[in-house]
Design a protein around this ligand. Sequence first.
Ligand SMILES: [Ca+2]
Ligand SMILES: [Ca+2]
Length: 271
Amino acid sequence: MKKLALLMAIMMVALLAAAFPMNAASTPILKGTPEIDGVVDDIYLQSASYTVDTTNDQVYKSGAEYTDAKDFKATTYILYDDQFIYFCTEVTDKTLVSCGKDVIEKNGKYTWQNDVVEMWASLDGGTTWAQFNYDAFGLQLGIGADQFTDSSKLQGAATKASDTYIVEARMPHNLKDGAEFVYNVQVNNILVADASKIVCIGAQKKTDHVFKMSGEDVVYEEIVEETEAAAAEKPAEAPKATAAKTADVLTVALIALAISGSGVIVSKKRK
Ligand SMILES: [Ca+2]
Ligand SMILES: [Ca+2]
């Protein structure tokens, strides 16, 4: 009987631990400097990312149901360097509409009733939070960043297609390699321009996403020029399917097309 009691006690502790995690395990992120242009740089794909969706990450709704926005989801990529942490969030939103600059101004220059990514970061384990928002139409990087001495260094960019948009931003930090920080996105999806129907996914001041500055560098891709003779021995590599996402690679492909007739072949090689 004693063994049974002990076993049950162990099971209870295990269940409680599962229900109330004390500390989320940290996810390592890589060191690299992307371009703030609203495009997912290839180097983001080497680092950490996480996805929120309408099944697992419901947080707020008004005038609409999550079933009204079934494909709504967002994947966030994270990098850092000695000065900044970089966030790039790709959102699937099939109702890209803007409530307009007027509504944003009326809300005290605070963009939330819009198709917008809210970025919530804490550099001190969840005690102090910085928030900054950027919407699908590139409107306003709103901030509530009392921990930053130089919030002028915040920078953001957005791009959009028919049913997706990307928001990319950087925030300054004062951490060293090996440090951890907390980061969450909340993504708001308005279904109609007056924002009377809205569903939101993700979280704000939750400490369930902890990231660690690993100190490890990303591997940058570089452009290597080859002579026509050298290229003849080894055919130029075709751009990878996943790499086609970035403007850089697209530019490389276009340049290659433009000058391939002039005797120089341009191909992409990993360092
Ligand atoms: Ca970029
Ligand atoms: Ca929308």
